[in-house]
Design a protein around this ligand. Structure first.
Ligand code: SF4
Length: 190
């Protein structure tokens, strides 16, 4: 143990440890160390989804606290170089050349809309809960939902959306059972 050192405990509202949390802590640790603090161990506190509340909340049971120091050490590999790269991008007056891809939604949805401005209306990224498959179809050259070939696996809602786009019929959004939102074509089937 390092003398006169602090532990970092990052508290998250998730129920498991995510890669992004480790990178987050590694950056926080670097900031703390650069500010002159000594850091001993790193912990992640996340919600114990097995906990059943009985009376007052007991934080010791509500949270699972896990020592993630070794994982943070691994995540911190090359952090100085990554920071330099990011600072260079921030300082640049020219947008970096990156194509639309998984990075647009992982680990979070990117708020930049500029990159998609050239896409047609009802494009592939409008596919209902399209997720990763949107990017695969985009790389395959499919730009519009209406152009998705039959051999692509779609769920029922997505098929309805594609058929509506093809037929030009409007899509209605109905609230079902007070909570379930379903996109329906005029030929709806529930
Ligand atoms: S949408 Fe965001 S992450 Fe995706 S290419 Fe554009 S700037 Fe990058």
């Amino acid at each position: 143990m390092i003398k006169d050192a602090w532990d970092i405990i990052e508290v998250k509202s998730s129920t498991s440890i995510k890669d992004i949390n480790l990178h987050d802590i590694s950056f926080q640790r670097l900031c703390a160390e650069n500010a002159g603090l000594k850091i001993n161990r790193c912990f992640l506190a996340f919600i114990n989804n097995q906990h059943v509340r009985n009376g007052d909340i007991n934080p010791g049971e509500f949270f699972t606290v896990q020592d993630v120091t070794e994982q943070v050490d691994a995540a911190a590999e090359g952090i100085q170089d990554r920071i330099k790269e990011m600072q260079a991008v921030i300082a640049s007056r020219i947008c970096p050349e990156v194509t639309i891809g998984e990075c647009c939604r992982t680990p979070y949805d990117c708020p930049v809309t500029l990159c998609r401005q050239g896409l047609p209306e009802n494009n592939i990224f409008d596919l209902y809960r399209g997720g990763k498959k949107c990017y695969q179809m985009y790389y395959d050259g499919i730009l519009r939902v209406a152009d998705i070939p039959d051999n692509y696996k779609l769920n029922r809602s997505q098929e309805i959306q594609r058929d509506c786009d093809n037929s030009g019929l409007p899509i209605l959004i109905l609230k079902v059972s007070g909570s379930l939102l379903v996109k329906l074509g005029l030929r709806f089937t529930i």
